[in-house]
Design a protein around this ligand. Structure first.
Ligand code: GLC
Length: 589
């Protein structure tokens, strides 16, 4: 999902980069940054598993929990201490599990409760914690809570969802458009009213204004804390509080609709709900929470993740949305420059650092394009490029979040036929483009750039058929490059992207300045190089990454007397970077 409202990142990031330094000096929580990271999740690396695509143990073509269990050692090798599993609760799978029919059980396609308990235990033996994805803005329409709610206007759960009478002429109550396209309202015959859905009609929004709903969700989270999970990702959490005003918004599309994001994201009062959730679920435990906070800008981060924030971390999207011109219209992209991308990171890094908050460093997730395709010039060398981006993710301040396959250097798929894409949102965006008058070729170009399927193709384990993902027919085709880009082959190649991840992961473990050290950007206006320092006590690392396919030069005063710790280029020279070279120096602080 991409942010539009409150995502004028250019304005925001440049203002932030300036004021954050000032705030840092005066903020009462400033002292917190000097402390050691006391929490296990600050020192570790997190890894996202798209459960459906990671490893299939029973040959049905769909990944499952036993499959994950069989590959824990790969993650251990990478230095992973937290695995974020995409939702594996009972679900009709209209949005691959982000439509939950029963939060208290595992979808049979993924295994059983016993499989989950085993996974939690076996992971713990390897010092890895399982993190679940709680989809609490909405449920599936097949959830029994919704079934009861829709059955009439006077049942016990009648107020658990957002119901409204039809507007004039029996139409939807307002002109809001769902994030996946189409009206955000669906009429329910049984109840004789419309219900609101931020996403698909099969994903009705819960009514968080009702204390019984909030209690029920706290009970779900408590149930999983009891099972021993290490934390939660809170899905689409910025949409939970609806505004008082349900009137029409100013249209932003030819059909007179307005994207719901602009009407409901991050509504005043949302922090009260989240504070209540935190106190009830988290206090007294060692779990962490990370919110999917689309619509929260870098300057708001202190309230969300500061020492008294409602989450330990939030995913903030200014950097991944840098090329988004219109969240619904994938044919319109925005061109961007490296200094703009740097400004996004610097704003988040400095805001969280200066206020004692923490940050999940990420370039990819299951909703985003692959980072090599997203942030590097077309035709970029995948191996060199993948290593350059890995260096960024593993040397910034915060907990790195790696998306499955990112450690192998995966790139976007570009299938020719829209029918090859399984993701419903991708298909809807394609249709929206056609409805807006774009040609099929133009609409497909948008799909090639933004489709969520690119991040969801099966994991590639070895050179065998289907890359060792399944012995059956994979639910989504394995990417054709699998004979080169797979775990086995990359483990055997010292120059692979995977081996670079292993090296960086070890380095991070040995250099605390790379985990908690302060961050300072260098050479901000440089269009090729992303450079910064990480400093703690008497240790200082200087990180230099060439984002371009051309050699780049820089003023090497910043590394005078410094020792090279690592470079992707064995012929590294001070003052110059080869195309996509990443180098880390250790300087005296
Ligand atoms: C979040 C998820 C996305 C899902 C949506 C609806 O944005 O990351 O995959 O489709 O919420 O639950």
């Amino acid at each position: 999902m991409r942010s539009k409202r409150k995502n004028p990142f250019v304005r925001l990031c440049s203002v932030m980069a300036g004021i954050v330094l000032l705030c840092a000096v005066y903020h009462p929580a400033f002292a917190a940054q000097a402390e050691k990271p006391s929490k296990w999740w600050q020192k570790t690396i997190a890894y996202e598993i798209y459960v459906k695509s990671f490893k299939d143990s029973d040959g049905d073509g769909t990944g499952d929990l036993r499959g994950i269990l069989s590959e824990l050692d790969h993650l251990k090798n990478l230095g992973v201490g937290a695995i974020w599993l995409t939702p594996c609760f009972v679900s009709p799978q209209k949005d691959n599990g982000y439509d939950v029919a029963n939060y208290y059980d595992i979808d049979p396609a993924y295994g059983s409760m016993e499989d989950m308990e085993n996974l939690i235990e076996e992971a713990k033996k390897r010092k890895i914690r399982i993190v679940l994805d709680l989809v609490f803005n909405h449920t599936s329409n097949e959830n029994e809570w919704f079934q009861e709610s829709r059955s009439g206007r006077d049942n016990e759960k009648s107020d658990w969802y957002i119901w409204k009478d039809p507007g004039k002429d029996g139409n939807a109550p307002n002109n809001w458009r769902s994030i996946f396209g189409g009206s955000a309202w669906t009429y329910d015959e049984e109840r004789g009213q419309y219900y609101l859905h931020t996403f698909l009609p099969e994903q009705p929004d819960l009514n968080w204004a009702n204390p019984e709903v909030r209690r029920a969700l706290i009970d779900v989270a408590d149930f999983w804390v009891e099972k021993g999970v290490g934390g939660f990702r809170l899905d689409a959490i910025t949409y939970i509080r609806k505004p008082e005003d349900f009137s029409d918004g100013k249209p932003d599309a030819g059909d007179g609709t307005v994207g719901i994001h602009a009407m409901t994201a991050n509504t005043d009062g949302i922090l009260d709900y989240l504070g209540e959730f935190k106190a009830a679920v988290q206090d007294g435990t060692d779990i962490f929470t990370v919110g999917e906070a689309n619509g929260v800008s870098a300057d708001e981060l202190p309230e969300w993740v500061g020492p008294d924030g409602v989450f330990d971390m939030v995913f903030e999207f200014s950097h991944v949305s840098i090329d988004v011109a219109d969240e619904m219209n994938w044919c319109k992209t925005r061109s961007w420059t490296l200094p703009e991308l740097k400004a996004c990171f610097t704003a988040s890094q400095k805001t969280t650092e200066s206020t004692g908050g923490w940050y999940p460093v990420f370039l990819e997730n299951h909703d985003q394009p692959r980072s090599i395709s997203h942030f590097l010039p077309e035709g970029a060398d995948r191996v060199a490029g993948g290593k350059a981006l890995a260096t960024l993710v593993l040397t910034m301040r915060g907990t790195p979040f790696i998306m499955e396959g990112e450690e192998l250097g995966f790139v976007n798929v570009s299938w020719d036929d829209i029918e090859d894409y399984q993701d419903i949102s991708t298909r809807n965006h394609y249709q929206f483009a056609l409805d807006e008058g774009y040609s099929e070729e133009e609409a497909m170009e948008g799909v090639h750039h933004f489709a969520r399927d690119s991040a969801r193709t099966p994991m590639q384990w070895d050179q065998s058929e289907n890359a060792g993902f399944t012995e059956g027919t994979p639910w989504l085709p394995v990417y054709e490059d699998y004979s080169v880009y797979n775990v086995d082959s990359e483990m055997a190649d010292p120059k692979s992207v995977l081996n670079w991840y292993l090296t960086l992961s070890r380095l991070r473990g040995e250099h605390e300045e790379l985990v908690t050290g302060s961050y300072e950007e260098l050479f901000h206006d440089d269009e090729q190089i992303f450079a910064y320092t990480r400093e703690k006590d008497d240790k200082k690392a200087v990180i230099l990454i060439n984002f371009s396919a051309q050699e780049a030069s820089y003023d090497d005063a910043c590394i005078e007397g410094a020792r090279l710790l690592l470079s992707t280029n064995e012929n590294n020279v001070k003052g110059r970077l080869a195309p996509f070279e990443a180098a880390i120096y250790q300087a005296a602080a």
